[in-house]
Ligand binder design. Sequence first.
Ligand code: SME
Length: 149
Amino acid sequence: MNKEETYEALYAEIASVVADERDAVANMANVSALVHERFGFWWTGFYRVVGEQLVLGPFQGPVACTRIAKGRGVCGTSWARGETVVVDDVHLFPGHIACSSASRSEIVVPVIEDGRVTGVLDIDSQYLKTFDQTDAAWLEKIVKLISIH
Ligand code: SME
């Protein structure tokens, strides 16, 4: 399976797992687990917008920082811009927040509900240049399957 086919199958699996569940935490937890396991990423999880900060939500992987200000790091930048941010090499991203020194590349996808960013899906890889527009497009579709607030 190439990446496109892997995402196609993953999308269908996630759609069926979240279809009958409305609880935000339960769905964030299962989306994290399914994405993480399918690709073997380093860290996969959600941050939710709570007031002026992003607060750590359900995730898979090592312990992570719990609060991120708007505009800070890759996650805060994605929130501020309201768009997906792909980082080929986190060491070259100004203000990158290193929750783990093993992380080398990253993608952050905003969750947008009723025109407002309610959180982000953050994925870290221990390899450089892991993410591209295929990941961005599919992950944007995947987060539309759930409500996180
Ligand atoms: N690297 C992120 C912080 C979150 S951790 O990677 C899980 C950032 O710069 O926003």
